[in-house]
Design a protein around this ligand. Structure first.
Ligand code: HSE
Length: 404
């Protein structure tokens, strides 16, 4: 029998308890041993819920319980999650978490503590909710050098951009509607400003290259400035606007960015719509592989947590080495990252055509029927070159990278 304690009986934590109960028989078969939720930590009481019988309000009851081998952390936030996870690992318990903030900030340290204590720190649910991506990166793709990771890593923004594309609606209207339907948080800042996707691409990139990429070092743009006109231009080019978290191998360095991009139908991520997430990974041997599914939600995310619990149950007292050191990943300065750009300028063709030719040389005009502006697609250039040229023009309304 493997005893599990769950920290936090919120959406994901209650999902973990439900899955372990509902699928008990097959989980036992697959884990090779019975898995039981022995205790659940929460400050609240849940009268009428059977969890009340195993509910504790003091973490010490869990960390000092020698029968508990696995701690599931589904509290979210950094503190006290960090302190509880650290203490659990130091007391010889493995930890399975869904907490991306914790993993992005403290991943290497917690992995090191786990290794020292012959236990494991597992975090399948921290990126992409129910989508298996952490274990595939660590195990299935281990023979490959990772050349690129591109992901639609946030359901809220993908839903908003999909609605804007399908209905021609404005960003603010779709956001309000999404909040009313409960698809978007009351405070949607982390989603719409790209911070959530940024932490996720930081975790994936750190794992892919075995070194720490701090999310604060990643150039990040959200979707708040995307307008219905931008969407109309994308349509004119048979493209869609999506927000990507991307990292790419660039010689000895790695580039990383979160930004809304134009995506063409040839890209497998083009068809990922609504609240769905997907991650496209390019390995130097395997080629392109794509992982698609629900990036959030109670049972989807809890399923990923329980997959870690089962994995851990098969490796009690064995540290499954995860390559992710404290050493900083060598990030390519953003100015040196190459991209193709779509650009919109204030003023019509007559005002801009000659100037654009002079500044950029080649530019392919895109006419979406707006005579008060001039739009075009540029060949690949560095971010630095583009910024300088855009400054020289002085009348850029908006610009998007083009995902290739
Ligand atoms: N707010 C996130 C999303 C949930 O919209 O995808 C999972 O991190």
């Amino acid at each position: 029998m493997i005893n599990v304690s769950v920290l936090g009986y919120g959406t994901v934590g209650s999902g973990v308890v439900e899955i372990i109960r509902e699928n008990a028989e097959l989980i036992t078969k697959r884990a090779g041993e019975e898995i039981r939720v022995k205790s659940v930590l929460d400050l609240r009481d849940f009268e009428g819920d059977p969890v009340q019988e195993i509910l504790v309000h003091d973490f010490n009851e869990i960390v000092n319980d020698d029968e508990v081998q696995i701690v599931v952390e589904t509290m979210g936030g950094l503190h006290p999650a960090y302190e509880f996870v650290k203490a659990s690992l130091e007391s010889g318990k493995s930890v399975c978490t869904s907490n991306k903030a914790l993993v992005a900030d403290f991943g290497p340290e917690l992995l090191e503590i786990a290794e020292k204590n012959h236990v494991n720190f597992l975090f399948e649910a921290s990126v992409g909710g129910g989508i298996p991506i952490i274990r595939p990166l660590k195990i299935s793709l281990a023979p490959d050098e990772i050349l690129e990771i591109s992901g639609i890593l946030n359901g809220t923004t993908n839903y908003i951009l999909t609605e804007m594309t399908n209905n021609g609606s404005a960003f603010d209207d779709v956001l309000k509607d999404a909040q009313a339907k409960g698809y978007a948080e009351a405070d949607p800042t982390a989603d719409v400003e790209g911070h959530d996707a940024c932490r996720k691409i930081a975790i994936l990139t750190s794992l892919a290259y075995g070194k720490q990429l701090d999310f604060g070092d990643i150039y990040t743009e959200g979707i708040t400035k995307v307008t219905d006109r931008d969407v109309a231009y994308a349509k004119k080019l048979s493209a869609k606007i999506k927000i990507f978290g991307t990292s790419k191998k660039a010689g000895d360095k790695v580039s990383a960015m979160v930004a809304p991009v134009f995506v063409y139908p040839e890209n497998p991520l083009y068809n990922v719509d609504g609240v769905f997430n997907a991650i496209l990974v390019k390995g130097n041997m395997v080629g392109d592989v794509m992982f698609y599914g629900q990036g959030a939600g109670k049972l989807a995310t809890a399923s990923a947590v329980v997959s870690d619990v089962i994995e851990e149950a098969k490796h009690v007292d064995v540290n499954m080495k995860t390559l992710w050191s404290h050493e900083k990943l060598d990030l390519l300065p953003n100015d040196e990252v190459k991209n193709m750009f779509f650009v919109r300028l204030r003023g019509g063709r007559a005002e801009n055509e000659a100037k654009v030719k002079e500044v950029f040389g080649k530019a392919d005009e895109v006419d979406a029927g707006f005579s008060d502006e001039y739009a075009f697609v540029l060949p690949e250039m560095t971010e630095g070159e583009f910024s300088k040229a855009a400054e020289k023009l002085g009348n850029v309304i908006n610009r998007f990278r083009i995902a290739l």
